[in-house]
Design a protein around this ligand. Structure first.
Ligand code: B1M
Length: 222
């Protein structure tokens, strides 16, 4: 079994110690941190999601798998961060109301911080009012994450609340998370969408006019 497959297996089995040792082994073999993340951890989590969907495992098991993923991520974190690029801007990041998934959101926070942004991590289950407060306090970008099809609709409520507060012209709104698409982003009137945490950095720079957005798309700014 390859080291990346060992990492997948450790996440699927919810074995944090094995995840840590496979991560250490992978890094010492010269495997890129991003490859360990995408092909190891994310692949493992995809399988965990499948097992949950098929009723083979339940929420407690899923939590144990998330713990194993987090243990590995702690090791990958310093290597995933781009430390050479400095940019400016204040970003408020949160998982929307009703949604407790924070692993992807934490990755986005980590990547943005590593790229020189000042990040206000609003946490999970963030109500529209809290996002409005962050926009009023001078955030340049409101970044929302959602993992559930039942909570992604709360992104629209945040866009509407920011518009109703008269702040839409002064803040950019960006979205991401497994069920989110560019089409959904356009539908709710957000300024940017990124599929992954690392492309979120390029996309945020794009909407702030600091660089091109993810996937080479010209970012629109209201
Ligand atoms: Co939940 N869960 N979960 N869960 N969970 C999913 C999302 C699910 C797809 C599993 C499944 O059925 N296959 C399913 C959603 C189905 C749907 O809505 N269509 C699901 C469900 C149903 C639930 C519950 C309702 C289960 C229940 O109670 N019956 C419940 C909901 C709780 C709630 O939020 N109110 C629940 C609970 C949980 C746990 C608490 C047990 C745990 C979360 C632990 C935690 O986050 N601290 C959990 C987990 C671990 C998962 C899976 C297995 C893994 C999620 C994850 O962390 N992935 C997940 C299945 C899956 O996704 N494979 C599942 C790794 C993470 C790095 O990826 O978050 O997608 P992700 O982030 C990515 C991108 O999406 C992107 O960047 C990251 C990669 O670079 N990204 C952004 C994320 N946010 C971004 C923001 C951006 C840009 C990019 O810009 C702002």
């Amino acid at each position: 079994m390859s080291t990346v497959q060992e990492l997948v297996q450790a996440v699927v089995d919810g074995e944090a110690a094995d995840a840590v040792s496979a991560t250490e082994k992978g890094l010492s073999e010269g495997i890129a941190a991003d490859e360990l993340l995408q092909d190891g951890l994310m692949e493992g989590m995809r399988e965990v999601g499948r097992q949950f969907e098929d009723g083979e495992i339940y929420v407690p098991e899923m939590l144990v798998c998330a713990h194993a993923m987090k243990a590995s991520l702690a090791l990958l974190q310093p290597r995933l961060i781009e430390t050479d690029v400095k940019s400016s801007g204040r970003i408020a990041v949160g998982t929307v109301e009703g949604d407790l998934h924070d692993i992807g959101k934490n990755l986005v926070v980590m990547m943005l911080q590593g790229s020189g942004f000042e990040v206000d991590d609003l946490g999970v289950d963030v109500y529209p009012e809290r996002f409005v407060e962050a926009a009023r306090s001078g955030a340049d970008v409101i970044a929302m994450s959602a993992l559930l099809t039942t909570t992604m609709t709360n992104m629209q409520r945040v866009v509407d609340a920011i518009t109703d507060a008269g702040l839409r012209g002064s803040v950019r709104i960006v979205v991401g998370g497994a069920p989110i698409t560019q089409t959904y982003c356009d539908e709710i009137g957000a300024d940017g969408y990124a599929k992954t945490a690392s492309s979120a950095v390029r996309m945020v720079k794009g909407v702030l006019g600091l660089a091109e957005s993810a996937d080479g798309r010209a970012a629109t700014a209201n």
